[in-house]
Design a protein around this ligand. Structure first.
Ligand SMILES: NC(=O)c1ccc[n+]([C@@H]2O[C@H](COP(=O)([O-])OP(=O)(O)OC[C@H]3O[C@@H](n4cnc5c(N)ncnc54)[C@H](O)[C@@H]3O)[C@@H](O)[C@H]2O)c1
Length: 252
């Protein structure tokens, strides 16, 4: 028996970085994974490559959530897991951020996660429970000076996840909700940040893997292992918690 055998799990933002690694790891452990992303071309081709099912979605559009849940209900008549992972990270501090950029970040991360949780709970109740993971960040715990909107959104995701966990527990829904807080992990999002903020092109290094390790940057599978655990019944006693994956960055 695999760790998430036959579980029906949605991963958003699954055409790149952490979402793609999560989808691969969940599929390898027996899950039926619905991979969603705004980049339909890439998402569709990656899903066929790794054995997922692609659904084009913009998480910041409320109606995309009801369409997604209708699709999942018609196909599987159940939902066991949701990983709210899709996100963007525009670099802007409090003095330079525009209202438009602020709203876009809040809309994708906070509204998207809110709609995802609300619509998933409805479907999870049909089969008597489920597991929700909301992708936050260490930015939610310490704040990042160059990312004011991102830090605010990730902080909101952290406390929203706890509120959802308490509600589900009090109402005996058998639905768990946890937030995950990675530090720097080697994905296109972080490669862009490194280039812009420190002028380092990680992928152009002679040995990118060695440089990644030297810089204390994690790899996507470091997060994917946690996602498999939180989606599996192994974590049945874990809800409302915040899982930090940062090699101790926030404690030193
Ligand atoms: N990489 C890190 O170090 C790190 C650290 C902490 C948190 N995170 C979080 O992890 C998540 C994934 O980040 P990543 O590093 O893999 O980034 P990434 O840029 O590699 O991937 C993000 C994916 O989300 C998709 N996406 C963007 N906007 C979307 C929308 N509106 N609707 C649907 N899909 C959309 C993109 O197309 C892309 O495929 C994000 O929420 C990010 O904030 C990443």
């Amino acid at each position: 028996m695999k760790r998430v055998e036959d579980k029906v799990i949605i991963v958003t933002g699954a055409a790149s970085g952490l979402g793609l690694a999560d989808a691969k790891a969940l599929i390898a452990e027996g899950a039926k994974v619905i991979m969603t992303d705004i980049d339909a071309e890439k998402g569709d081709s990656l899903a066929s490559e790794i054995g997922g099912i692609f659904f084009a979605q913009d998480v910041s559009n409320e109606s995309s959530w009801s369409e997604l849940m209708k699709f999942v209900e018609n196909k599987f008549a159940r939902l066991d897991g949701l990983v709210n992972n899709a996100g963007i990270a525009p670099i802007a501090n409090i003095e330079e951020v525009t209202t438009q950029s602020w709203r876009e970040v809040i809309n994708i991360h906070l509204d998207g996660t809110f709609w995802g949780c609300q619509s998933a709970i409805k479907l999870m109740k049909i089969n008597g429970g489920g597991s929700i993971v909301n992708m936050s960040s260490t930015a939610a715990l310490i704040g990042l000076g160059s990312y004011v909107a991102y830090s605010a959104a990730k902080g909101g995701i952290r406390s929203m996840s706890k509120s959802i966990a308490i509600h589900c527990r009090q109402n005996k829904l058998n639905i768990r909700c946890n937030s995950v807080h990675p530090g720097s992990i080697s994905t296109p999002m972080v490669h862009h940040a490194l280039k812009t903020l420190v002028g380092k092109d990680l992928l152009a290094e002679e040995d990118p893997e060695e440089t990644r390790k030297e810089m204390g940057i994690g790899e996507p599978s470091d997060v994917a292992h946690m996602i498999v655990y939180l989606m599996s019944n192994e974590s049945k006693h874990i809800t409302g918690t915040e899982m930090v994956i940062d090699n101790g960055d926030t404690v030193i």
